[in-house]
Design a protein around this ligand. Sequence first.
Ligand SMILES: [Zn+2]
Length: 290
Amino acid sequence: MGDMFRPLNSKVKSSPKREAVISKYSELQQIPSDINRTLTSPSAPFYLALLGEPRMDKRYSNFPNVVTNPALLEMIKTDTVGPFNATGLKPAVDSLKQVMQEVTKTYPDLVARLNNNGMLAVRYINGTKTLSNHSWGGAIDLGVDRIEDKKQDDKILHGLAIIIPIFNKHGWYSGAGYKPKKDKSTGKLKSNEDSMHFEVSKEKILGWATLGLLGLDAQKVATKNETNKRLAGQTKKSASKNPEPRSLPANTTLKRSLPKRIDAPCTGWFGRRAACITKATTGWTKSWFR
Ligand SMILES: [Zn+2]
C-alpha cells in the first residue's frame, strides 16, 4: 500500500525499514490554500544585510558547507526540540521547540513520526546562485515517517499539511506557499513549492533582531530598517498632499490636535495608535491620536 504514497525519486524508495512505518500522515494530499497569510519569506539579501556572509571565504556551492562567520556562529545552537535535535539560529531553535510542543498537544500520534531532514546548511538553492535560508539556520526541512516530500509536485504529505497553521501561528513560513516561477527554458510558469521546508518569516526575524536576539549588528540594521519604512510611508503621505494621515482607521477621532505650530512635517508614525513624530529644532515631538 505504501507505493502509491511514496514520492517518485524519493531517497527512501529502496528502504524496506521505512515502508513499515508509513501512516496516514505520509499520504499525499493537495496543498492547503490560505496558508502563510500575513507572513513573508525572507530573501537572501535580507539575511545578508542582517547577519552577514555565512562563510568568511564566501565560497558557496550546491553542496552543504559549514558556517565560518564567527559572529553568526555565536547565534547558532543545537538543542532537542522534542522529536529530534536541531541546529540553527538560537531563537529559531527555541521557537521550534514551542512549535513541536503544540504539535504534540494537537497531534500526539504525529509528532514522533516527524524527522529533521536538515536545518543549518550553507548552500545555494538548487539550480541557482542564491543562498538558501538554511545557510543562516533559519529554515528546517521536515520528513514524515522518514519520507521526504517531493518538491514542485503541488502535493504535500498530510502530516506536514496539518501542522502549517501551527508553524504560521509561531511566525514560520511554509515553503508549500512558494509561488510558481517562470521556467527559463520553456518560459512557462513552473511549480516552485517546497512543502517539507519551513522557514522563519521575515517579520519574525525582524522582531527578533529588533529585540537584540540576533546580536547588536542585526539590531542596528533592523532598527534602521523600521525607521526607513516609516519614513518611506510618510513620504508617500506627504506626496498625496493629504494633511490627514491615511493610515488611521476610518472611525478615528483626534484626541489631541496637532501642536499649533509645527516646525517640520511629520517624519514618521509610531506604534499602532499612530503618533506623529515631528522633528522641530527643539527636538522630537510626539502627538498622539486615538
Ligand atoms: Zn529547505
